[in-house]
Design a protein around this ligand. Structure first.
Ligand code: FE2
Length: 301
């Protein structure tokens, strides 16, 4: 049985450091639907006001810092903004597109694709555009072209419901199969939306995967650490001066890293939601916001 999760919104205040790269192509932004956060423009003065230590020292904004990341296909330029962190003893690159790359393992991870969410709602009379799968696969392709991973791990809720594999259009199904052919290994971690992966798509299905010391699973409550997980679709919203800032967010401590949802229609849960409180020790959370195709380290005090 597939179970859906509700989400809540909220607001907060923080200081934002600017990053340095241009916009990613499409698909950026939090909230429901194919929302974008506007066109490139000079940062608001409030956004320039405070630089975090990451911005000064660790913010990675060039392709060269990730080996083998030369975009190989014209028209795709996913290597816009990346941030390097260490998690579980592994160098990890966070990407503004919402993906994560474990450099030493050649693992590209994405969470909560929710493929065919649009057709799921359309079938129930909700007149939403049905191009979310195409959009999500285009961005996933861009990330794969960028990182050339040995392994792709989809962290669960890859398919919005158990019948998604029957609704996906032939072109989108073919595109997904082609993407899967670009990695030596493709792992579907099962989630609450997709306890069973459509049989038409190859790859390995599992509840948990381990690479070195780092574990991957859909549910953050999985009792292993260090763990990279999805499920909650963290989203950060705040207001600075006259500007509303909102976007998907990497949320992590030393032991747990929650990935933002990658799916176009996935929506988000505010990082201050009480559902997230038990997952992190007090004061131990780091926020990295994806906003306007760039990553921003947020100090929420
Ligand atoms: Fe999800």
């Amino acid at each position: 049985m597939c179970v859906r999760r509700s989400s809540k919104g909220g607001w907060g205040k923080a200081a934002l450091p600017p990053a340095k790269q241009p916009l990613l192509p499409g698909g950026e932004g939090g909230g429901e639907g194919l929302q974008t956060l506007g066109e490139a423009s000079p940062p608001h003065p409030a956004l320039r006001a405070t630089l975090s230590p990451w911005e000064r020292a660790d913010s990675v904004s060039v392709d060269a810092q990730v080996s083998g990341t030369t975009p190989a296909r014209s028209g795709l330029s996913p290597c816009q903004t990346q941030m390097r962190i260490e998690f579980g003893g592994e160098p990890v690159v966070l990407d503004a597109c919402g993906a994560l790359y474990l450099e030493r393992r050649g693992i590209l991870a994405v969470a909560d694709l929710h493929l065919e969410k649009g057709s799921f709602f359309a079938a129930r009379g909700n007149p939403v555009p049905r191009y979310d799968t195409r959009d999500t696969l285009e961005r996933l392709e861009a990330a794969i072209v960028c990182y050339r991973p040995e392994t792709v791990i989809c962290l669960g809720d890859s398919f919005h419901d158990c019948a998604a594999g029957e609704r996906i259009s032939p072109p989108d199904a073919l595109r997904l199969e082609e993407l899967m052919g670009q990695a030596s290994r493709w792992i579907w971690l099962t989630g609450n939306h997709d306890p069973e992966i459509p049989r038409r798509f190859r790859g390995e299905a599992a509840l948990l995967h381990q690479a070195g010391a780092v574990h991957f699973a859909h549910f953050p409550e999985t009792p292993v650490r260090p763990l990279i997980a999805g499920h909650y679709h963290p989203k950060l919203s705040l207001r600075l001066a006259d500007r509303h800032v909102s976007g998907r967010c990497f949320l992590f401590s030393q032991e747990l890293l929650l990935m933002p949802a990658f799916g176009a229609y996935a929506g988000g849960l505010d990082t201050r939601d009480t559902a997230l409180t038990p997952l992190f020790p007090a004061g131990a959370r780091q926020h990295v916001l994806s906003y306007r195709g760039k990553l921003w380290a947020i100090d929420r005090g």
